[in-house]
Design a protein around this ligand. Structure first.
Ligand SMILES: [Zn+2]
Ligand SMILES: [Zn+2]
Length: 580
């Protein structure tokens, strides 16, 4: 028997799902029926059968798969479908998923939480994981199989000029492969973590041949991989040699909404490379999909560019506004991203468009609020209607109590589940009799964001500059009330920690902007965050790097705006006026 079907049987047993499996090749997804008092899961293939088992566990057997590694069971949620009066027939209809590709972007190495991640993804019908190549290199065969059995495609990719052409290998032998800046070839840095603005001389024909050769070699060595990326190193720094210079006009700058007004557009030079490399690779291996990204100064398709079969773009709405939906024409940021998405969909010629999202609070990983419940459903529908093929979001498990609802709703919305049904049902599942209080709590957070100004990109300066300490104290009281009604509920306890964190961060922000904060104050807040390592509220390593920047600013007397990058701080200061 195939391993996925075997897993479906095992999981059915584990969750007490008594159902007959039927294969019906023409169905667009699983379908759940009641026949002669028994459940039937009809499905076109084994992965949909597995999805059907998990769906039954949630619908009828009292389970809720909200958090990785932490199945919830509540006997009162059980539904007796054998009871007299329940008619035979379809209990859940088969339907084509709203978006065919649904998944996560993992910006960190695989770790002890990986098995529970794969398990959670299958339970929530996510089928795609984009990871950095350097992390994929460390993934064991066992875990690769675990993902494959659960229908999860892993793309080995992300920023990877440096992976295909590592500086430490080619820096000496082929210095001409690297970008020329101010008349000199750059010396690629040896620190692979920080590759801000180091690119290649992308028009060099030998370099192109070498990248294509390396890709084909990689695919031979990793027969399980079918999707790889060709994505510039992060940042800017394109080659300025004579040949490369023909592909851009230094006077044609990027745009404000995509944080690239300070640099020239690099769409043409990047897209010319992608088009060429994809053609070379697909000539030999038509089964390989080459992905590219669209953001900052290469946001929209350049003139004449098409997404052919074997190609896909990950469109990143970097620093999007969370107070408006992505397609809202009144938003001065998102409306441009929506235009770009339409443009990408209009150049599809057999290729795919995926959205690269930031449902983890958009910027950094600071656990600042992003309540994107109803919006999630509206945006997925808009994506489908616009011609988008997939939705991927950055995420972490260690901040699940803050953003987990976004992930849970994304998974359901992208499959095509109904908005109100899912949101209110989830409140009931997570909060029981207190569902309305819980929904009011989340609504008040959302209201705070919506009323503090028109637009909001959730970096600390945007949030804390426009809100008051009392706002957070009120939310903290509400969270505490939720705990008082169920003192042992871990999730509710973590909502209190989250709100207390916002109170403390707001107090620190006010102190800092009154020029009264010290390095010790910043350290005290960081230490407090670190006392909650056994929770799912904070991604601790990210706090370390963010607070390092804050401490450096305090020490040097630089005004702390964000991460001490001049160009980024300048956009933030301009947002004050433009986004009110
Ligand atoms: Zn060049
Ligand atoms: Zn907006």
């Amino acid at each position: 028997m195939d391993k996925t079907l075997q897993l479906a049987f095992d999981e059915a047993k584990k969750y007490g799902v008594e159902a007959d499996f039927v294969t019906e090749k023409t169905l667009p997804s699983f379908e759940i029926r009641r026949a002669k008092g028994r459940l039937v899961i009809a499905a076109p293939n084994s992965i949909e059968t597995l999805y059907g088992v998990y769906e039954c566990a949630e619908l009828f057997y009292g389970y809720t798969f909200f958090e990785p590694g932490r199945d919830r069971f509540d006997a009162s949620l059980k539904v007796d479908f054998t009871a007299p009066g329940v008619p035979n027939g379809r209990l859940a209809f088969a339907r084509r998923p709203l978006l065919k590709r649904r998944g996560f972007i993992q910006e960190f190495p695989f770790n002890h939480e990986t098995p529970m991640l794969f398990d959670w993804m299958a339970k929530n019908k996510l089928n795609y994981l984009l990871v950095w190549m350097k992390y994929y290199d460390e993934l064991s065969d066992e875990l690769k199989e675990m993902a494959a059995v659960r229908g999860i495609t892993i793309e080995s990719g992300h920023h990877n000029f440096n992976y295909w052409i590592p500086g430490k290998v080619y820096g000496k032998t082929h210095p001409e492969f690297f970008a020329e800046i101010n008349g000199k070839r750059i010396t690629p840095s040896s620190n692979a973590e920080l590759l801000l603005s180091e690119q290649l001389c992308t028009t060099n024909p030998e370099l192109r041949a070498e990248i294509a050769r390396r890709m084909l070699e990689y695919c031979d060595q990793h027969p399980e991989v079918h999707t790889i990326s060709l994505v510039p190193n992060d940042g800017f720094g394109w080659c300025e040699c004579d040949n490369c210079s023909k592909f851009y006009d230094k006077n044609k700058k990027g745009d404000f909404y995509s944080l690239s007004e300070h640099v020239y557009k690099a769409d043409k030079i990047y897209h010319d490379l992608v088009q060429d490399i994809a053609a070379r690779v697909n000539k030999v291996r038509p089964d390989i999909q080459i992905t590219m990204v669209a953001y900052i100064n290469y946001c929209a398709p350049s003139e004449g560019f098409t997404l052919k079969q074997g190609m896909a773009v990950h469109f990143a709405d970097y620093w999007r506004c969370i107070n408006h939906e992505i397609s809202d024409p009144s938003c001065p940021i998102n409306s441009h991203y929506a235009d770009d998405i339409r443009k990408w969909c209009s150049v599809k010629r057999g290729g795919d468009v995926n959205i690269y999202e930031y449902f983890m609070g958009v910027n950094f990983y600071l656990s600042l609020p992003m309540i994107h419940f109803h919006e999630m459903f509206h945006e997925m529908l808009w994506y489908r209607n616009t011609g988008v093929d997939g939705i991927l979001t950055q995420f972490h498990i260690p901040h699940w109590s803050v953003y987990g609802l976004n992930y849970y709703f994304m998974a359901k919305a992208a499959r095509g589940d109904a908005e109100d049904g899912v949101i209110f049902d989830t409140m009931r599942r997570l909060f029981g009799a207190d569902e309305h209080k819980a929904y009011a709590f989340y609504s008040n957070i959302k209201k705070l964001l919506l009323t503090m100004g028109t637009c909001h990109i959730p970096y600390p300066y945007s949030l804390f500059r426009r809100t008051k300490q009392e706002d957070y104290q009120t939310l903290l009281m509400q969270a505490k009330e939720l705990v008082s009604l169920a003192p042992d509920d871990r999730f509710r306890q973590e909502l209190v920690i989250w709100m207390e964190y916002l109170c403390r961060f707001k107090a620190f922000f006010d102190l800092a902007h009154a020029d009264k904060a010290t390095v010790a104050d910043a350290q005290a807040l960081l230490d407090w965050v670190h006392t909650h390592r056994n929770t799912r509220v904070f991604v601790h390593s990210r706090f370390d790097s963010y607070f390092k920047a804050i401490k450096e600013a305090l020490q040097s007397g630089r005004k702390w705006i964000h991460f001490n990058l001049d160009w980024e701080d300048n956009y933030i200061l301009r947002h004050i006026e433009l986004l009110r």
